[in-house]
Design a protein around this ligand. Structure first.
Ligand code: HEC
Ligand code: HEC
Ligand code: HEC
Ligand code: HEC
Ligand code: HEC
Ligand code: HEC
Ligand code: HEC
Ligand code: HEC
Ligand code: HEC
Length: 292
């Protein structure tokens, strides 16, 4: 019975001329390492020190040896760090291509189909900008929440979610990935739907229609009037009514020769929504001006 197992992994030094560095990992006897018998090319020693941080990988899905697709079933540490343990140690100094290569060799399919050519790839991001492998968090993310992971670069979007009206991402009810695939998509802005509206309909299906009376800007794009991240105007509006409506409807209710209803003094200074409440479209036979 191998109760104490220590892997000593010699890796190429951080700087070209530096000495080789040795990391040691000690298995916890309470939590035996899975697939110990499959560890190749590593020295087994019984005396070295625990490297807590490095050891966390043993509790991640990558260490699951019953699945033959995992790194631990395919060369252990070497599956990621390269045959001579020569890569992925100095992530600040290595090129994104080199950092991403081992990951993509197993993960290029599925959600990463559009990684190549995405703005994140184009901007030189690496998998390790958002993921950390020696870690036990779900999805191996670098931080506990997506607000932190994504917000570390997208400061303005993070600030949006602090505004009074916002999608419940800070509350932990939603995540950025409800609307975005950070690995890239064929559509605009890494949205999970083919268009902005398709993305919104995933949850707000009642806005999809088709309606007898359609309001053109709603068909075109929800973000004409809404800011999807957050706004000071409820509910997530780009501006307050009537200003919101008057971006397009200038002079409404004041044209020469209009009916009494249109000239009604009650319109002055009142929110358009008091009367035009079905602004997303309606099936009511008399709904042509979205009043019912
Ligand atoms: C799934 C890929 C993967 C596997 C398998 C893997 N590593 Fe890593 N390792 C990484 C990445 C990526 C980094 C860069 C830092 C980070 O993400 O935490 C890293 C960093 C390290 C570091 C540097 C510590 C640090 O804080 O930067 C050591 C040491 C290390 N790995 C040792 C090992 C050993 C030993 C094994 C096998 C038991 C192993 N790694 C298996 C991906 C992997
Ligand atoms: C030898 C193949 C292989 C390599 C190399 C590899 N992975 Fe994985 N990875 C897997 C497998 C298999 C799973 C488990 C998939 C599953 O459960 O569907 C996995 C799971 C994951 C998960 C999901 C974890 C979770 O909690 O659901 C992430 C994130 C991930 N890998 C990122 C990476 C990154 C980043 C790298 C490069 C540093 C990398 N992987 C290298 C095979 C690999
Ligand atoms: C901009 C941040 C970011 C980058 C860069 C990134 N990821 Fe992810 N990744 C995430 C987030 C966030 C999730 C969690 C998605 C979820 O919970 O649905 C995730 C989930 C995953 C998963 C598990 C779920 C799935 O989609 O299969 C894998 C595997 C994965 N990423 C691999 C990679 C690889 C490989 C790379 C590099 C080519 C990479 N990621 C680059 C943010 C990122
Ligand atoms: C390391 C920094 C960094 C992190 C972390 C990061 N991003 Fe980005 N993101 C960028 C850069 C750089 C761009 C491209 C430049 C730009 O358009 O601002 C970008 C662009 C985007 C875009 C616009 C893309 C397009 O195709 O038009 C979206 C959406 C996005 N990121 C979402 C996310 C999400 C969601 C996360 C977290 C899962 C995330 N980002 C994490 C740096 C980052
Ligand atoms: C409810 C859906 C939704 C959620 C949740 C969401 N986004 Fe977006 N995001 C969008 C839409 C829609 C766009 C396109 C906006 C446009 O075209 O004006 C966008 C655009 C972006 C852009 C690119 C445009 C820009 O303004 O720079 C970034 C970056 C971005 N989102 C980051 C994030 C981050 C980070 C999170 C999580 C903290 C997040 N988003 C959560 C829907 C969402
Ligand atoms: C993953 C599901 C999901 C997606 C996708 C989604 N939403 Fe939402 N939306 C919600 C939830 C949850 C709420 C909060 C409901 C509540 O607080 O009662 C909400 C609330 C709203 C509100 C009302 C906010 C308020 O203060 O009452 C608006 C407006 C809105 N969403 C617009 C959009 C738009 C536009 C899109 C597409 C860019 C979108 N949503 C995509 C889940 C989603
Ligand atoms: C012409 C501007 C405009 C467009 C475009 C628009 N909305 Fe709205 N939306 C509003 C206004 C104004 C309100 C507030 C209604 C109220 O207070 O009675 C609202 C309220 C909402 C609400 C919260 C109240 C409710 O009715 O459930 C949701 C959710 C919503 N919109 C989703 C969407 C979605 C999804 C789209 C795209 C299909 C969209 N909106 C397009 C103007 C617009
Ligand atoms: C982005 C531009 C835009 C915005 C913002 C906008 N609309 Fe519209 N609206 C239109 C267009 C285009 C039509 C179709 C006009 C037509 O068919 O002649 C329309 C039609 C209408 C109609 C029906 C007109 C008719 O003759 O049948 C009403 C009522 C209306 N809008 C009210 C509003 C209200 C109230 C708001 C604010 C919540 C608003 N609109 C915001 C562009 C906009
Ligand atoms: C007191 C209720 C009321 C208010 C407030 C109101 N409307 Fe109307 N609006 C109506 C009625 C009723 C009609 C239909 C008149 C008709 O069919 O003769 C109408 C017609 C319209 C039309 C279509 C006909 C046209 O004149 O082009 C538009 C566009 C419109 N309103 C926009 C607005 C906007 C924008 C606001 C806010 C600045 C607003 N309305 C405020 C009651 C109102």
């Amino acid at each position: 019975m191998r109760q104490w197992l220590i892997l000593i992994v010699a890796a190429v030094a951080l700087a070209t001329a530096g000495p080789a560095t040795v990391w040691a990992i000690e298995a916890d006897p309470e939590r035996p390492i899975r697939g110990v018998d499959k560890i190749p090319e590593v020295v087994v020693d019984r005396t070295a020190q625990i490297e807590e941080h490095v050891q966390r990988i043993f509790n991640s899905p990558h260490a699951f040896t019953a699945d033959e697709r995992t790194p631990f079933s395919q060369g252990m540490c070497n599956a990621c760090h390269g045959p001579g343990m020569e890569t992925l140690f100095n992530i600040e100094k290595e090129s994104p291509e080199r950092l991403n290569q081992p990951c993509l060799s197993c993960h290029e399919e599925g959600a990463r189909r559009h990684w190549k050519g995405s703005t994140h790839e184009f901007s030189g991001l690496a998998c390790v900008n958002c993921h950390a492998m020696h870690n036990e968090r779900p999805r191996l993310l670098k931080a506990d929440t997506q607000m932190e992971v994504c917000g570390s670069c997208h400061l303005d979007r993070r600030a949006d979610f602090g505004k009074p009206s916002h999608h419940p991402v800070p509350e932990g009810i939603m995540e950025c990935t409800d609307c975005h695939n950070p690995h890239g998509t064929p559509g605009p802005n890494k949205l999970v739907g083919h268009t902005i509206n398709e993305t919104c309909f995933n949850c707000h299906a009642e806005k999809r229609g088709p309606f007898l009376w359609e309001h053109n800007p709603v068909r075109e794009s929800c973000v004409t009037c809404h800011d999807p991240h957050g706004s000071i105007h409820r509910p997530l509006l780009q501006a307050r009514s009537p200003g919101l409506c008057q971006q397009c409807h200038l002079g409404t209710h004041s044209d020469v020769g209009l009916s009494a209803a249109r000239m009604d003094f009650r319109v002055q200074g009142r929110s358009c929504l008091n009367c035009h409440s079905q602004i997303h479209g309606t099936n009511h036979p008399r709904g042509h001006v979205f009043k019912e």
